[in-house]
Design a protein around this ligand. Structure first.
Ligand SMILES: *Cc1c(COP(=O)(O)O)cnc(C)c1O
Length: 232
């Protein structure tokens, strides 16, 4: 386990220094960006090591895997669901998830709103900014017209918008996508008023997180580069 911890610590230090540098370039504070360690590709034991190294927020792509890891890790992990939530998995996921990043349909939004309970359900609306047909999420035009509907929600709290940029070799190519998401968020905030905070942006992954931070990301979702070099 010692080796694993050392490799993770090295990887994390590199990510932290790149994050700090991106924040500095953007004139932002490092505290304004949450690093979500996306642990979907590693076992619970490795996720636990990452948490022990100080990464308080961990992300999973599939609800069942989030449930499984949540049962094995300390209770103070802040779990983020970054992948699709099926409606029949809502009940088991809600008590565990600090944020759901992947609200991709009105049906899902309304199903969450209809769940019993007092506590707010903190979500991001996933937006398909890059227009790829194989991607989940609302179209930008849909989001623009969403204000009226969002104002009717009380159980669900929309923290912000989330997107995945198209996979590319050149992170700069993602900048227009991230900028677009920020502009959409700003526009939506104007129509929604005080009904939802809409002060967060979940964007940026291993290949493009620095550009995302420069464009205002408050949450970067990083997997691959935290786990490179681990023994198989
Ligand atoms: C897997 C995943 C990530 C992490 O991606 P990496 O490229 O491994 O950093 C981030 N967001 C979502 C939605 C994912 O599914």
């Amino acid at each position: 386990m010692d080796t694993i911890r050392r490799i993770l610590a090295d990887n994390l230090a590199r990510v932290e220094s790149r994050l700090a540098e991106a924040c500095r370039r953007a004139g932002r504070s490092r505290e304004d960006v949450t690093l979500v360690g996306v642990t979907k590709s590693v076992p619970a034991s490795v996720a636990a090591e990452l948490f022990a190294l100080g990464v308080r927020a961990l992300g999973e792509g599939r609800p069942q895997e989030l449930w499984r890891k949540a049962a094995l890790l300390p209770a103070d992990v802040r779990w983020h669901l970054v992948g699709h939530l099926q409606r029949n998995k809502i009940d088991r996921t809600l008590p565990l998830a600090h944020r759901i990043h992947s609200i991709d349909s009105v049906r899902l939004l309304d199903a969450l709103e209809a769940t019993p309970g007092e506590e707010k359900i903190n979500v991001f609306l996933e937006v398909n900014c890059s227009g790829e047909a194989n991607k989940q999420g609302f179209g930008p035009e849909e989001v623009r017209q969403f204000g009226d509907h969002l104002r009717t929600l009380s159980r669900v709290r929309v923290c912000g918008l989330m997107t995945m940029a198209a996979v590319t070799e050149d992170p700069e190519a993602c900048r227009p996508t991230f900028r677009h998401l920020r502009e959409l968020r700003d526009a939506l905030r104007l129509t929604v008023g005080d009904a939802h905070p809409l002060n967060e942006l979940s964007m940026g992954m291993s290949g493009d997180f620095e550009v995302a931070v420069e464009e205002g990301a408050t949450c970067v979702r990083i997997g691959t580069i935290l786990f490179t070099g681990l023994p198989p």
